[in-house]
Every structure is written in structure tokens, then in C-alpha cells.
Design a protein around this ligand. Structure first.
Ligand SMILES: NC(=O)c1ccc[n+]([C@@H]2O[C@H](COP(=O)([O-])OP(=O)(O)OC[C@H]3O[C@@H](n4cnc5c(N)ncnc54)[C@H](O)[C@@H]3O)[C@@H](O)[C@H]2O)c1
Length: 354
């Protein structure tokens, strides 16, 4: 059987998770790489024994041997690269977020619908084992009707700087970078209800706190302490057409004791904590019971989740498996993220019509 020839576009930090996972998939031939930075592309090419390092995107897209691409570039180019790839007949796995605006996301969706190619959005938390185990419990009715969820991802010190802190390239700060994941996983597990209204706030009170000493944190390759124009905290209340609601808070920096990640869902028959560790809460014989599933990955495990994500993408390209995180969900997430930024800007509620 012919293997899927895959190229990775954008060979920075996250590309390693894509490249390593493709390398482990028996149906994939790692075929090429491209980056604005030729040096970075050449280095990754060597590391993963990849023959083709393209000079420009045009030649990558015109190469008929290329079957699929992973888009691992800055957020501001996800939509245009995805559209160009689809128009050149390639399958696409695009990193989150799908785009910087709802309009752009809708354009990608329209082109995707015209093509017979797979478009998968990189909502990697959907592919984590703790998420898929919880989803089975939810689908079997263990939680009943889920009417409330809470998603929190707080860094006390962790603005990566570089393009992450440049709104033009990133689209925003912790909301679009971290919030996208925790909002998505809640929304997915809630059954992907349509959004009805959003209120939210963004704050730029602390800046990037480049003054802090003796505490290390991840910095982008092009970190420059002088450049930062994104929010450092965002919070929101999202209400859905079915009456359910989701409360979110995310930060790049905050005067909090520790970093914190928490994802919780509450239903009529039970509840669940997905992060920091999967627990299912229920009631039996008039007793509250906390259940602890015995699985390898109780918490989000990067390598495991990425491998599952890449395997799922390959299976939908080659074997037409259902797409777990399709382009329509990328569009809905952009509605939610843009809605939060809009609500914060106008200091009022944003309403959506169905
Ligand atoms: N799924 C996850 O958990 C996860 C984690 C980290 C980053 N990401 C996403 O992955 C993407 C990349 O993030 P990163 O941390 O690897 O950033 P990075 O800065 O380490 O790497 C980005 C690379 O893309 C290149 N690039 C940017 N625009 C390009 C273009 N139009 N054409 C060619 N090359 C281009 C840059 O030169 C750089 O080498 C972002 O969209 C980010 O949101 C996802």
C-alpha cells in the first residue's frame, strides 16, 4: 500500500510533536518540510531524515507527490495556508486556532466543503486518553444532562513573548493560546451545543513581567521583553442555546500561588474532573462516590495525545475514518473566542442568533 506523503509547514517547537508522531505511524512517509527560516527547516529535515526542504510554499503545493500537510505556523497564516493546501488537493491538519477571525474560518470551511480532502483542526486535548475515556462515560449517560462546566488554565508567569505576544501574528494572548484548548475540550464533552451569548473580560494589568528573577518559563525563539501587546488574563461566561453554561479563566501571568489547570463538568446524574486528573463523581445508594478510572494517562499527556491526533488524521486521509475535530468545530471555536474578545471590548454581552 502506498504510504501517505506528509509535509510539515512551520518547523518550530510544536513541529517536533507532529514529526515524531508521523515518524511512528506505519502508514506515513515523512516527505518534506518548509519554514520561513531555511536553517530551521534544514535542521529538522536532518533530524528526521526528510529528503525535501522546500524553498517556498508554492513549490511544496505544486509537488503532486505531497498528499497531506501539517500547518504549524504562526496563527495569522493558518487559514491562508489551509486554503492554499486544499486548493492544491492536499489533506490538512491545521494547528489551533483555525484562524484569527470567524470570517476567515468560514472561508476555510467553504473551501473544505468544495474539496474531498480531510481538514482536521489541532484540538489535541480531544485525543488524550482521559478525554476519550470520559467521553464514553458521558455517551453512556453517566453524567446525565451536562448543564455547567468550568475551564481554568492559569499561569502565574508564562508569557512566551515573541510572536505569542504580538497580537497581529497570534490574534491575542492566553485566551487564543491556552483558552482555545480548555474551552474546546469542555464544549466537545458537553456535546458541542450552539452558543447563545457571551460575556467576558480581558485584562492587561501585569504585562509580561520580564522583571521577575530566578523563576524560569518557556520563551519563544524570538523572545524580546520589550514587545508585548496581548492580554495577560481573560475570563468569560458562555451560555448555550440548550441553557448550559461554561465559565472560563486563563492567564499568561497572574498573582496566583501556583500554575493551575482545572477542567470540570457537572451534569444531572454525575460530574467529572478531567484535569488535573480524571475523576468521575456520581451518586449510588444515597452515597456520593468518586470514581478513579485505572488508566495509563489520567492527566493530559502530550506524547500520547499527539500520537492519537496524528494517527486519527492519517486514518481519515487514508481510510476515511470520521474526522474527530472537523473544520466546522474550528469555526464554532472561533465564534466563541472572537465573541469573548468582542464582549470584553464592548464591555457587554454578545448575542448570537442560530
Ligand atoms: N496543540 C498544541 O498543544 C500546541 C502547542 C504549541 C503551539 N501550538 C500551535 O502551533 C503553532 C506554532 O507554534 P510553535 O510553538 O511551534 O511556534 P514557533 O515560533 O516555535 O514555530 C513557528 C514556526 O513557524 C514558522 N512560520 C511562521 N509562519 C510561517 C509561514 N507562513 N510559512 C512558513 N513558516 C512560518 C516560523 O519561522 C517558526 O519556525 C501555533 O499556531 C500554536 O498555536 C499548538
Amino acid at each position: 500500500m502506498k504510504k501517505l506523503n506528509v509535509c510539515v509547514i512551520g518547523t518550530g517547537s510544536i513541529s517536533d510533536m507532529h514529526l515524531t508522531s508521523y515518524q511512528k505511524n506505519p502508514y506515513v512517509n515523512l516527505y518534506g518540510v518548509y519554514d520561513y527560516s531555511k536553517d530551521r527547516a534544514v535542521e529538522k529535515g536532518k533530524k528526521y531524515h526528510i529528503d525535501n526542504v522546500y524553498e517556498d510554499l508554492e513549490s511544496l503545493f505544486q509537488d503532486p507527490e505531497v498528499d497531506a500537510v501539517s500547518v504549524c505556523t504562526w496563527n495569522n497564516t493558518h487559514a491562508e495556508i489551509t486554503i492554499a493546501a486544499l486548493q492544491s488537493d492536499k489533506h490538512v491538519l491545521v494547528e489551533k486556532p483555525l484562524s484569527l477571525s470567524v470570517e476567515e474560518a468560514l472561508k476555510v470551511e467553504a473551501v473544505a466543503k468544495q474539496s474531498n480532502k480531510t481538514v482536521q483542526v489541532g484540538f489535541v486535548r480531544r485525543f488524550a486518553t482521559n478525554t476519550s475515556v470520559l467521553k464514553k462515560f458521558i455517551d453512556n449517560g453517566k453524567l446525565g444532562e451536562i448543564y455547567y462546566a468550568k475551564a481554568s488554565c492559569l499561569r502565574r508567569l508564562g508569557n512566551p513573548g515573541g510572536w505569542f505576544a504580538d497580537k497581529e501574528r497570534s490574534g491575542g494572548g492566553p485566551l487564543i493560546d491556552l483558552g482555545v484548548h480548555v474551552i474546546d475540550v469542555c464544549w466537545y464533552l458537553m456535546g458541542r451545543p450552539k452558543v447563545r451569548s457571551i460575556s467576558g473580560n480581558t485584562y492587561t494589568k501585569l504585562g509580561n513581567r520580564s522583571n521577575i528573577e530566578n523563576l524560569s518559563f518557556y520563551k519563544a525563539a524570538d523572545y524580546d521583553k520589550a514587545n508585548d501587546n496581548v492580554e495577560d488574563l481573560a475570563n468569560a461566561l458562555i451560555t448555550f442555546e440548550n441553557g448550559a453554561s461554561l465559565m472560563v479563566d486563563v492567564s499568561f501571568t497572574l498573582h496566583s500561588k501556583n500554575d493551575e489547570i482545572k477542567v470540570q463538568l457537572f451534569g444531572t446524574k454525575g460530574g467529572a474532573e478531567l484535569e488535573p486528573e480524571l475523576t468521575i463523581i456520581t451518586e449510588e445508594n444515597n452515597t456520593i462516590v468518586n470514581m478513579h478510572p485505572q488508566i495509563d494517562h489520567l492527566t493530559f499527556d502530550f506524547e500520547n495525545a499527539f500520537q492519537n491526533e496524528i494517527d486519527a488524521f492519517v486514518n481519515s486521509c487514508l481510510f476515511q475514518h470520521e474526522i474527530v475535530s472537523p473544520v466546522e468545530d474550528g469555526v464554532e471555536l472561533m465564534k466563541i473566542l472572537s465573541g469573548i474578545y468582542e464582549a470584553a471590548e464592548k464591555k457587554g454581552e454578545v448575542l448570537f442568533s442560530s
